[in-house]
Design a protein around this ligand. Structure first.
Ligand code: ATP
Length: 233
């Protein structure tokens, strides 16, 4: 049985339908990437899993149990943590306080401690007493990822973690993903940067206008297939 499954997942904003019947699976320790153009529904997909948007209860299954109707706070306790687009740090708190807040109500089982997170991103230990607005964009993104890991998730949902960052900084952040995976944490990566996504993902799902347009292992997909699935040309 897959760790996480979406089955015929739909999502609405009022009358507007953002997702149409999305079927996906995520195995334990696996990294999947959700790619697609602006407005394809990638963030909506993550929000549906994180309990910020609700479809039918059985459209999201964790270990086979329906969680699609659970509120976000409960979803975190079940072991699913979101790194939101735009990071959403607490600006008046220090780096360390931001991390500790992520551990509020954490699962007791799981590998992630403050020490482990600081070992993953050593700069977060060096800058632990700094207010987050004084950090660079890349460092802030590390705080956002670290804060999510502090809840000890079995699944980490990452929304556009490379957005607005310089290539060298993106490389630093992406270097952490195999180490997160090595701890047994599964990752769902929403990414507009297809090249980056293909490097780290075990499998890729491409969305187009709310529908799944392509899925497969990166090595099995051709550039042409991806181009068509991404842009619809
Ligand atoms: P982006 O890369 O721009 O974030 P995305 O693939 O993550 O794109 P979503 O943010 O999931 O796409 O948006 C999917 C669709 O839902 C878009 O057409 C968007 O305009 C619409 N949408 C998103 N959030 C809302 C909202 N709060 N209210 C109404 N429509 C929304």
């Amino acid at each position: 049985m897959a760790l996480l499954e979406t089955h015929n997942l739909t999502a609405f904003y009022g009358d507007f339908q953002a997702l149409y019947g999305i079927d996906t699976t995520l195995e334990k320790g696996e990294t999947i990437a959700i790619i697609g153009a602006n407005g394809a529904g990638k963030s909506t997909f993550l929000k549906s899993i994180a309990g910020l948007i609700h479809g039918s209860a059985d459209s999201v299954l964790l270990d086979g149990n329906p969680i699609g109707a659970r509120p976000a706070a409960e979803i975190v306790k079940l072991g699913i943590a979101l790194v939101p687009e735009g990071r959403r740090l607490f600006p008046s708190l220090t780096v360390e306080e931001n991390l500790l807040i992520g551990g509020y109500g954490r699962k007791t089982s799981g590998p992630w401690t403050l020490d482990r997170v600081q070992a993953l991103f050593p700069i977060l230990k060096e800058r632990r007493s700094s207010a987050t607005p004084t950090l660079s964009g890349g460092q802030q993104q590390m705080v956002a990822i670290g804060r999510a890991l502090m809840s000890n998730p079995c699944i980490l949902l990452c929304d556009e973690i490379s957005l607005g960052l310089a290539p060298i900084v993106i490389a630093d952040i992406y270097a952490a993903l195999p180490r997160i995976k090595a701890e047994g944490t599964s990752v769902v990566l929403v990414e507009q940067d297809v090249v980056q996504a293909m490097k780290v993902a075990d499998r890729v799902y491409c969305f187009q206008e709310g529908r799944l347009s392509l899925t497969g292992r990166p090595r099995d997909l051709t550039r042409d297939q991806i181009h068509r699935a991404y842009f619809g040309t």
